[in-house]
Design a protein around this ligand. Structure first.
Ligand SMILES: [Zn+2]
Length: 285
């Protein structure tokens, strides 16, 4: 089983986790930029973190043969903090770097006006830099947050299928599906989505435009949950090819739009249909 975890915060995990993930079949991952568990007090704190994602974490992953990619953004939890918002001016130079495969995580945490402004500015950066966008949905007021998210995505002019709306569940997936965005599901050990609920969603909805991740971070979480979903899919009657599609080819297709995946043979993986595709629509596409 080859696995691409499209959302996992390795900065908060140990090197033993990398080893266990590699043994379970995880050959590639995306680490979205997020907060540090406690508030940052200055822009330099972001820059050291971004440099760590691009340097140290990529090296740590490479020791186990895991291709490490990241997304760069001002995260929703800090988007309302005036000590943090000036980092928006620093993002463009990071969005040009190798291995940066999307703008993210962006979106809403508490649905404030400041969060909305940072979200809108960063969607515009995704369009400008021709990158996909990874959008976090709030754990409270998820339905309202998801609806407002989709309105802002639509207004931004980014192609709907260049956006993944993450942390979905049974109640929020239909709106995201109807909008044409990719649907991200985070599989956790004890709360929210688990691998059995995930399999039921795949049985009901199908495999198209679905990304499954562990979202592992400092909280109780499990970076092997992607593997658990693959095993549960096989038990439920899905084929090995179905598992490969969900856990490998889907994330390769989505993040491959950046043109920055650090995988060998990625052009073969993507196939001719994605050649020359752009995240833009309208005059620039
Ligand atoms: Zn996250």
């Amino acid at each position: 089983m080859r696995i691409f975890d499209p959302h996992v915060h390795m900065t908060s995990r140990t090197t033993d986790d990398y080893e266990a993930m590699a043994a379970a079949g995880v050959a590639a991952l995306v680490e979205p930029a997020f907060w540090l568990g406690q508030p940052r007090t200055n822009v330099g704190s972001f820059l050291d973190y971004f440099d760590g994602l691009l340097g140290w974490e990529r090296f740590r992953a490479s020791q186990f043969g895991v291709a490490h990619h990241c997304t760069i953004a001002l995260n929703p939890k800090e988007a309302g903090d005036p000590r943090c918002t000036p980092v928006l001016d620093e993002l463009p130079r990071y969005l040009e770097k190798d291995g940066v495969v999307a703008v993210g995580e962006i979106g809403f945490d508490s649905m404030t006006a400041a969060e909305e402004e940072a979200f809108t500015r960063q969607l515009a950066m995704a369009v400008e830099h021709e990158l996909p966008a990874m959008v976090h949905t709030p754990h409270r007021d998820k339905a309202a947050g998801t609806r407002r998210t989709l309105e802002l995505v639509e207004a931004s002019g980014i192609a709907a299928d260049a956006v993944v709306v993450d942390h979905l569940n049974e109640t929020t997936l239909a709106d995201v599906d109807a909008a044409g965005c990719w649907m991200g599901f985070s599989v956790y050990p004890e709360t929210k989505m688990d691998e059995h609920r995930m399999v039921r969603i795949l049985l009901d909805r199908g495999l198209d435009r679905v990304l499954v991740n562990s979202a592992a971070d400092w909280g109780r979480s499990d970076p092997l949950k992607t593997r658990a979903v693959g095993e549960a899919m096989l038990v439920a009657g899905f084929t090995e090819d179905d598992v490969d599609r969900v856990l490998w080819r889907n994330p390769v297709a989505f993040f491959g739009r950046s043109g920055r995946l650090l995988l060998e043979d990625v052009r073969t993986e993507l196939g001719a249909e994605h050649e020359g595709s752009s995240v833009l629509r309208g005059p620039r596409s």
